[in-house]
Every structure is written in structure tokens, then in C-alpha cells.
Design a protein around this ligand. Structure first.
Ligand code: THU
Length: 133
């Protein structure tokens, strides 16, 4: 279960991380934060590249950082953008790899608005590790 305190911590971590986004081409800065089983929060930002196709989203940056540090399970997510943009399809799939149940996804904007949805609402009937039997 993700507490209200953890939800607030996720949102502020994503909001703060967004300040470090590297988005000189789109100018669309994204900050993300994921909550891990041990209570730790790992952040990510979008990192663009002059070779545009090599850019990576904030959510995948966070997941890959967490996995590289040994984590295997995501309990909650926050994403902060200018206008409440939701995670792209690729990021939804990557996040779903590391959840065994539905998890809260907090969508935040620059005005301070926060709305809650969930990963399985964003990605119903996702393909997962369980299909590879
Ligand atoms: N972006 C993210 O970081 N996360 C998403 O889920 C959607 C898009 C980034 C990619 C690119 O750097 C910028 O936003 C504009 O697409």
C-alpha cells in the first residue's frame, strides 16, 4: 500500500527532478519518480539527444536507474510535466515489467495539480513476463 505521505513524496521528487531534465529540442521537461519496496524513491528525467531518436523518457530513466541499483519491484509512480502529460506507451510497458499488481500513477503539472490513475488503467491487458511460459 502506498501511503498519502509516500504519494506526496513521489510528487515532490518528480517535480524537483524535472528541473534537471535535458530537453533542449522539445523543451518539454519531464520528471518522474518511482517508489521501491524498501521505501526508497528513485527519480528520472527525459534526456534528449541531437540525434533525436536516441532520446529517452523520464520514466524509463527512473526504472533503469532503479533496476541497475538492484530493485525489481515498483510500488508507485509520479510523473511531472508542464501540462499533465501521461506516460508514453513504451514507458507504460517498461514499468509494467516491474509490477505484479496494479500501482498508483500520479500525474502532475506545473500548476501544482495532481491526479491519480493507475498503471493498469493506462495499460490494460498488458503483455507481461507471465506470458512467456
Ligand atoms: N517524454 C517523457 O519523458 N515521458 C513520456 O512519457 C512522454 C514523453 C519526453 C520525451 C521527449 O524528451 C519529450 O518528452 C517530448 O516528447
Amino acid at each position: 500500500m502506498v501511503t498519502e505521505i509516500q504519494r506526496n513524496a513521489l510528487v515532490s521528487a518528480a517535480r524537483q527532478a524535472r528541473e534537471h531534465a535535458y530537453a533542449p529540442y522539445s523543451n518539454y521537461a519531464v520528471g518522474s519518480a518511482i517508489l521501491l519496496e524498501d521505501g526508497q524513491i528513485v527519480t528520472g528525467v527525459n534526456v534528449e539527444n541531437a540525434s533525436y531518436g536516441l532520446s529517452i523518457c523520464a520514466e524509463r530513466t527512473a526504472v533503469f536507474k532503479a533496476v541497475a541499483a538492484g530493485a525489481r519491484r515498483i510500488l508507485g509512480v509520479a510523473v511531472c510535466t508542464l501540462n499533465g502529460g501521461t506516460p508514453c506507451g513504451a514507458c507504460r510497458q517498461v514499468m509494467a515489467e516491474f509490477t505484479t499488481e496494479d500501482v498508483p500513477v500520479l500525474i502532475c503539472d506545473e500548476q501544482g495539480n495532481v491526479r491519480e490513475t493507475s498503471l493498469y488503467s493506462l495499460l490494460p491487458e498488458h503483455f507481461g513476463p507471465g506470458h512467456l511460459v
